[in-house]
Design a protein around this ligand. Structure first.
Ligand code: SF4
Length: 74
């Protein structure tokens, strides 16, 4: 599993680069900022989405996305 965090969400621009790069993990929220699917500022996903989530983190102009490996699946 991976844990994906947007923190602090208040710093989101929002340009939705993350949504464009990795829509499986990020989506637009009603407050006008990006959010993590299934949550708001954080959520858990299959390891198969690590590459796109990490690419979104790399490209986020505010540098507010973090991706952590969690669990014991490698
Ligand atoms: S890439 Fe960063 S600043 Fe842009 S919408 Fe996503 S979280 Fe917000």
């Amino acid at each position: 599993m991976i844990k994906v965090v947007i923190e602090p969400r208040e710093s989101c621009m929002p340009d939705f680069v993350c949504v464009a790069v990795c829509p499986e993990v990020f989506e637009k929220h009603g407050d006008g900022r990006a959010r993590v699917r299934g949550g708001l500022g954080e959520g858990f996903f299959d390891r198969s989405l690590e590459a796109c989530a990490s690419e979104a983190a790399r490209l986020c102009p505010r540098g507010i996305i973090r991706v952590y490996r969690v669990g014991d699946d490698g």
